[in-house]
Ligand binder design. Structure first.
Ligand code: CP
Ligand code: NVA
Length: 301
């Protein structure tokens, strides 16, 4: 059966462990599963980290990445999503896509004989979350029983981070403005995945207390730019600043998937300060991508 990677919630705790072990393994230990093979990387939205980390991960696994912009492919405009998937499987051992609509990925996965990998959709960002838990492990050690607090929009990044943290047995706290929260089904899912506890509220200064990792993301995701003014107003009070960080554990780390907008979701003092691990987190994207690709290609530690 083909193994796709569309969501962290599709992984078991053992799968997550396997991916993270592969991510932390020396490149040579993975055995070049893409030797002589291609990997399609299709982007409907801009990217710096995801494109570069995935291209380099493909090269490290012995393969050849082929980057294509979404406009050139034209999902459902130039040809149906399913036809794209069926053509790509003849050229590539894996197909990864960054898409506006998550359904584009599920439709590809429904017909593709090769793994489909989510490089960010409106729903989730699993490759980011893998780098996030890898970084938390490196900085905090064993994660079960530790607390991650996410401050801001319950978006693609928050959903995947929550799922990966839950699978790791962490306490998950979500501080989101009213109207931008996780619904009850999402909270239930985090508990089912193994979260030690899940708390959600609209007061970040209460939810970051004692947290070991404080994470945020942009208030305006790609595709939401038309809503910038209204979102900035609704997210007032959700800026991660030094005062907020002082309420977290004294050794807490600050995390952000990047790109960051200083002065909005985080102050420059915090993101450029001593608790920030954002560049380690960003660099881990390549290791996480390599682990994820090896996993869907059937490599096991
Ligand atoms: N964090 C992240 O996915 O960055 P890019 O949009 O630059 O790929
Ligand atoms: N939530 C952001 C993440 C960017 C990596 C977005 O979707 O634009």
């Amino acid at each position: 059966m083909t193994t796709h990677l569309l969501d962290i919630a599709d992984l078991t705790a053992a799968d997550l462990e396997s991916v993270l072990t592969l991510a932390a393994s020396p490149v040579e230990a993975l055995g070049r599963p893409l030797a002589g093979l291609g990997a399609a990387l299709i982007f409907e939205k801009p990217s710096a980290r995801t494109r570069h980390s995935m291209e380099m991960a493909v090269v490290q696994l012995g393969g050849h990445p082929v980057f294509t912009r979404g406009e050139e492919i034209g999902f459902d405009t130039r040809e149906p999503v399913e036809d794209v998937a069926r053509i790509m499987e003849g050229f590539h051992a894996v197909v990864a896509a960054r898409v506006y609509e998550h359904a584009t990925l599920t439709r590809m996965a429904a017909v593709s004989a090769v793994p489909i990998v989510n490089m960010l959709s409106d729903h989730s960002h699993p490759l980011q979350a893998l780098a996030d838990v890898l970084t938390m492990r490196q900085r905090l050690g064993a994660l079960a029983g530790r607390t991650v607090a996410y401050v801001g929009d319950y978006n693609n990044v928050a959903r995947s981070l929550g799922e990966a943290s839950a699978l790791s047995g962490m306490h998950v706290r979500l501080a989101c403005p009213m109207g931008f929260e996780a619904d009850d089904v999402e909270i239930e899912r985090l508990l089912l995945l193994g979260a030690a506890s899940v708390e959600q509220g609209n007061r970040p200064i209460e939810l970051v207390v004692g947290a070991h990792a404080v994470h945020t993301d942009t208030w305006i995701s790609m595709g939401q730019e038309h809503d910038t003014a209204s979102r900035r107003q609704k997210f007032e009070g959700f800026t991660v600043n030094e005062e907020m960080m002082s309420l977290a554990d004294p050794d807490a780390i600050f995390m952000h998937c990047l790109p960051a907008y200083r002065g909005f979701e985080v102050t420059a003092e915090v993101i450029d300060g001593p608790q920030s691990v954002v560049f380690q987190q960003g660099h881990n994207r390549m290791h996480a991508a390599r682990g994820a690709l090896a996993h869907v290609l059937g490599v096991r530690p």
